[in-house]
Design a protein around this ligand. Structure first.
Ligand code: PFF
Length: 442
C-alpha cells in the first residue's frame, strides 16, 4: 500500500479492514430494533425509496466528508476541528466546538453500554435457560431498574476496554473482522430459519407490501432521513477518527458507499429475521427495548428450538453493538490522547471509568431512555451539523476535494461539492430542527 502516514495508534491495514470497522460502527441497535419496524410502519417497500435515497446521499457526501477531514488532519475529533478552524485563524474556536460532538460520542456510549448490558443479560438467560421459562417482561424489568444489571454491564464495558488497549490494527480491525462477518452469517441463518415458521408470511407482508400513499406523508420522509443519519453513525465525531487511521492510497467515496451498502443489508436482514417470527406468533411488532427484550423472548419461548435461536440472536446483537461502542470510545480516546498528551492505556481507562461511573446510575429503563433521547435528539445532531459545516464551509470544499481525490483513480463527480454544501449541510440542520419538533427521528 502506498501509505504515507501511520497514526501512533496504528492504522487500518487495507480498505477491507477499514470498511469492516466502519460497518461495525454503522450496524447497531438502529438496524435491529428500529429499522424493521419503521420499514413496516411507513409503507413497507415504499419506505425503501426515501430511505435508500437518504442513506446513499448521506453516505456519499456525509461519510466521505467525515473520513476525509480525519485523514487530512491525521487526527480525530478535537484535532480535526482545530485543523478546519486553523485555516481561518480560529484554532481555539475549533477546539472548543469539538467538545460538543465529542460529548455526543461519550454520551451515546454511556447509554449504549447500559443497553448492551441488558443484551448480555438476556444472552446469559438464554444460555442458562432462565429466560425461556421466565415471564419475559419480568425478566427484563428485573435488570432494567436502578443498579439492576451491574455485572453484565461492567463485563461489556471491560470487553470493549480490553479490545481498545490493543490499538487500531490489532484491536479494532481484528475484532471487527471476526465479529461483523459472524453477525451477517448468524442473522442470515435466523432469516432462513424463520421462513419455515407457519404464519411467517404476515411478517413479509408487513415488511414489503408497498403502501404508496405513505410516500405522500411528510412523516415517512422525516423518519427515513433520521434513520439514515443515525444508522450511518454521522455524528461529527466517530467516523472522523476512523478516517484518521486510513491510508492515503484508499478511495474514500468508494469506501463510504460500501459502508452504506453493507449497513443497509444488515438492516434488511434484521427485518427478515425478526418480523416473520413476531407475526408468526401473532404478536404486535413494536420497536426499541420492548421489541428486543419482551416481544422477541415471548417468541423464543414458543418456537421450536427457540433457546438456540435466542442464543444466536443475542450473540449477534451483542457483536453488532460492541463494534459500535468501540467506535464511540475510540473517538474519545484518540482525542484525549492527542489533546492532553495522554498515553493510550490511560485514555482507554479514563473513558472506561467514565462510561461505567456515570452509566451505573443509569440502569433504570426510564433514566437511560431520557438520557439517550437527550443525546440523540440534541447533542448528536448538533455534532453532525458542526462536522458538516466545519468541513464544507470552514475548511472549504476545495481542500476537501483534494483530499477525496487522493487515492482515487476516477475524478470525483462534478456535483459532489455542490451537493455537499447546498443539500447535505442544510439537511443536517433540518435533522436538528425536526428532531426537536418530532421529539426524535433517529
Ligand atoms: N449506527 C449505530 C446504530 O445504527 O445503532 C449507532 C451509532 C454508532 C451512532 C456509533 C453513533 C456512533 F458513533
Amino acid at each position: 500500500m502506498s501509505g504515507n502516514h501511520t497514526h501512533r495508534n496504528g492504522s487500518f491495514t487495507s480498505s477491507l479492514g477499514f470498511v469492516i470497522a466502519c460497518v461495525g460502527s454503522a450496524v447497531g441497535l438502529g438496524n435491529i430494533w428500529l429499522f424493521p419496524y419503521r420499514l413496516g410502519q411507513y409503507g413497507g417497500a415504499a419506505f425503501l425509496i426515501p430511505y435508500l435515497f437518504f442513506v446513499f446521499l448521506f453516505g456519499w457526501v456525509g461519510l466521505s466528508a467525515e473520513f476525509g477531514i480525519g485523514r487530512l488532519a491525521g487526527t480525530g475529533t478535537i484535532g480535526a476541528y482545530e485543523y478546519c478552524f486553523e485555516s481561518r485563524g480560529k484554532k481555539k474556536l475549533g477546539s472548543v466546538l469539538s467538545w460538543i460532538p465529542l460529548m455526543g460520542s461519550l454520551g451515546i456510549a454511556i447509554g449504549y453500554a447500559v443497553i448492551l448490558g441488558w443484551v448480555l443479560n438476556s444472552l446469559v438467560g438464554s444460555l442458562t435457560g432462565t429466560l425461556m421459562t421466565a415471564e419475559p417482561a419480568e425478566f427484563f424489568q428485573a435488570a432494567a431498574v436502578e443498579l439492576g444489571n451491574p455485572l453484565w454491564h461492567t463485563v461489556v464495558v471491560l470487553a470493549v476496554c480490553l479490545i481498545l488497549m490493543f490499538g487500531v490494527t490489532a484491536g479494532i480491525e481484528k475484532v471487527s473482522k471476526v465479529l461483523m462477518p459472524l453477525f451477517y452469517v448468524l442473522f442470515l441463518a435466523l432469516a432462513v430459519w424463520v421462513a419455515f415458521l407457519p404464519g411467517a408470511g404476515e411478517g413479509y407482508r408487513f415488511l414489503f407490501v408497498p403502501d404508496w400513499s405513505k410516500l405522500l406523508e411528510v412523516d415517512t420522509w422525516v423518519m427515513a432521513m433520521g434513520q439514515a443519519f443515525f444508522t450511518l453513525s454521522i455524528t461529527g465525531s466517530g467516523m472522523i477518527v476512523y478516517g484518521a487511521y486510513l491510508d492515503k492510497g484508499e478511495d474514500i467515496p468508494k469506501a463510504s458507499i460500501r459502508t452504506a451498502v453493507f449497513d443497509t443489508m444488515a438492516a434488511m436482514l434484521a427485518g427478515l429475521a425478526i418480523m416473520p417470527a413476531v407475526f408468526a406468533y401473532g404478536l404486535d411488532a413494536g420497536r426499541g427495548p420492548s421489541l428486543m427484550f419482551i416481544t422477541l423472548p415471548t417468541v423464543f419461548q414458543q418456537m421450536p428450538m427457540g433457546r438456540m435461536f435466542a442464543v444466536f440472536f443475542f450473540v449477534s446483537v451483542l457483536f453488532a453493538g460492541i463494534t459500535s461502542l468501540i467506535n464511540m470510545f475510540e473517538a474519545v480516546i484518540e482525542s484525549w490522547q492527542s489533546h492532553f498528551g495522554l498515553g493510550r492505556k490511560a485514555a482507554v481507562l479514563i473513558c472506561t471509568g467514565l462510561t461505567l461511573g456515570v452509566g451505573i446510575f443509569m440502569e433504570a429503563e426510564a433514566r437511560v431512555g431520557t438520557w439517550m433521547d437527550f443525546i440523540t435528539i440534541v447533542v448528536v445532531p448538533i455534532g453532525a451539523v458542526l462536522g458538516a459545516v466545519s468541513v464544507y464551509y470552514v475548511l472549504g470544499w476545495p481542500k476537501l476535494r483534494q483530499e477525496l481525490q487522493t487515492g482515487r483513480e476516477k475524478p470525483l463527480s462534478a456535483m459532489f461539492g455542490a451537493v455537499g454544501k447546498y443539500v447535505y449541510v442544510p439537511l443536517t440542520i433540518l435533522v436538528v430542527i425536526l428532531g426537536f419538533v418530532y421529539k426524535g427521528i433517529g
